[in-house]
Design a binder for this molecule. Structure first.
Ligand code: HEM
Length: 323
C-alpha cells in the first residue's frame, strides 16, 4: 500500500507577487505522436538524475518520500539573502481561471508538504515531527491523506500517471534547468484539490468515460484523438512548443471518505517551467477551441489552486544553514 499526504500551510504572512499573468510562451497543441520520445530534446544533468528502477506502478514520483515544498515570506527573505534580488523566474501567484462553466480558484498557501511512503504510519510520523518543529508559526489550511487505489487508478476509475515521463525525461520535465542557474534543480509545483461527483460519472457508463479521458477504462489502452467535438483529457493535456513536446511530472493522489460521500483527486504537477502546467490547465478549463473544455470538469470541481517552488536539496540545506 502506498500512502500520500499533502498539507498546505500558511506561514506568518503572504509574500505573493501581483503578477498573475499566465504563460507568455507560444504553446500550441499538436495531435499526439507515437514517436514523441524521438522529438524530445535530451538534457542531462547528472546531479539531478531521477532514473528510477522501481516497478512501473511505483514510478509515479522519483522518491518514496518527498517532503518540504516551501513558500513564504521568511523563506523568500532567505532566498533573497542567498541570491540578492533574484527569485525563481516563474514564481508567481497561481492564476485563477474563470471559464464559462468552471473555475480554477487561486487559494493561499505558503508551505506545502508532499509526503509519500509505502506505509501510512510513516507519513503520519513524518508530518507529526515536522509540525512539532513548526510549532505555532504556521496554520494548516488543508491536510489531505490519500492512498493507492487498485492499480494506480484515480477515483474516476482510470489508471493515472501512465504517460508520465521517466528517467532523464522526468528530470527534464520536472526540474528547472540552466535557464535559471540560481534555482536549477528546483521545481515549480502546482496543486489543486478536486472533488468528484461520482454518481453522475457512473451514469455516463465506461465507454463515454473512456472517450472523455482518452484511454480505455478497463485496459488503459490509449484511444485515438477525436476528429471533431470536445477533445479528450489526454489530448487537451498534450502540449508541444516549437516542435518539442512539453511534459510535467504528475503525482495525483486519490483521496476520499466513503462514509461522508467525499471523493477526490489531489492534483500535483511538478514542472521545470510552470507555464507548461498553466497552459495545460487553461486548455482544460477554457477549451480548445475555446468553449470546448475538458469534460472531466463536468464531474470534478477544483476547490483549491496554489503554486509553490520546491528548492533543490542543496539549496534547501543551505537555506536551513542560513536560518
Ligand atoms: C480531476 C483531476 C484529474 C484527473 C482525475 C486526471 C486523470 C488523468 C488520467 C486518467 C490520465 C490518463 C493516464 C495518464 O497518462 O496519466 C491523465 C493524463 C494526463 N493528465 Fe490528467 N487528470 C486530472 C487533472 C489534470 C491536470 C490539472 C493536469 C495539468 C495541469 C493534467 C495533466 C495530464 C497530462 C499531461 C496527462 C498525459 C497526457 C498524455 O500525454 O497522454 N491532468 N490524467
Amino acid at each position: 500500500m502506498t500512502s500520500d499526504h499533502a498539507s498546505r500551510l500558511l506561514g506568518p504572512g503572504p509574500d505573493r507577487r501581483p503578477d498573475d499573468r499566465g504563460d507568455a510562451q507560444p504553446v500550441r497543441h499538436v495531435p499526439r505522436a507515437r514517436d514523441r520520445a524521438r522529438r524530445r530534446r535530451p538534457r542531462h544533468c547528472a546531479r539531478h538524475d531521477l532514473r528510477d528502477r522501481r516497478p512501473a506502478q511505483d514510478r509515479r514520483v522519483p522518491r518514496p518520500v518527498r517532503p518540504a515544498l516551501l513558500r513564504g515570506r521568511h523563506r523568500q527573505r532567505r532566498l533573497d539573502r542567498l541570491s540578492p534580488g533574484h527569485r525563481p523566474q516563474q514564481l508567481r501567484r497561481f492564476p485563477r481561471i474563470d471559464a464559462v462553466k468552471n473555475v480554477a480558484p487561486s487559494t493561499p498557501g505558503d508551505l506545502l508538504l508532499h509526503v509519500r511512503a509505502e506505509r501510512s504510519d510513516l507519513c503520519f510520523e513524518f508530518v507529526r515531527i515536522v509540525m512539532a518543529a513548526f510549532g505555532d508559526s504556521v496554520t494548516v489550511v488543508d491536510e489531505t491523506s490519500a492512498f493507492r487505489y487498485f492499480d494506480a487508478r484515480d477515483l474516476l476509475g482510470f489508471v493515472d500517471g501512465t504517460a508520465n515521463p521517466v528517467g532523464a525525461e522526468a528530470t527534464e520535465a520536472a526540474l528547472i534547468g540552466d535557464e535559471d542557474p540560481d534555482f536549477a534543480g528546483g521545481s515549480y509545483v502546482v496543486v489543486q484539490k478536486y472533488l468528484h461527483d461520482l454518481a453522475t460519472w457512473a451514469s455516463y457508463g465506461a465507454d463515454l468515460q473512456s472517450e472523455i479521458v482518452g484511454r480505455d477504462k478497463a485496459d488503459n489502452v490509449e484511444r485515438p484523438d477525436a476528429e471533431t467535438g470536445q477533445k479528450a483529457h489526454k489530448t487537451l493535456a498534450t502540449l508541444e512548443v516549437g516542435g518539442v513536446e512539453r511534459a510535467i511530472l504528475r503525482d495525483n493522489m486519490p483521496f476520499g471518505r466513503a462514509g461522508s460521500g467525499e471523493f477526490g483527486t489531489y492534483f500535483i504537477g511538478y514542472a521545470g517551467s510552470v507555464s507548461v502546467t498553466l497552459t495545460m490547465l487553461r486548455r482544460m478549463f477554457l477549451g480548445d477551441p475555446l468553449g470546448m473544455y475538458d469534460r472531466i470538469l463536468d464531474v470534478s470541481t477544483a476547490t483549491t489552486g496554489t503554486l509553490f517552488f520546491a528548492p533543490a536539496a542543496d539549496l534547501l540545506a543551505s537555506l536551513s544553514d542560513a536560518a
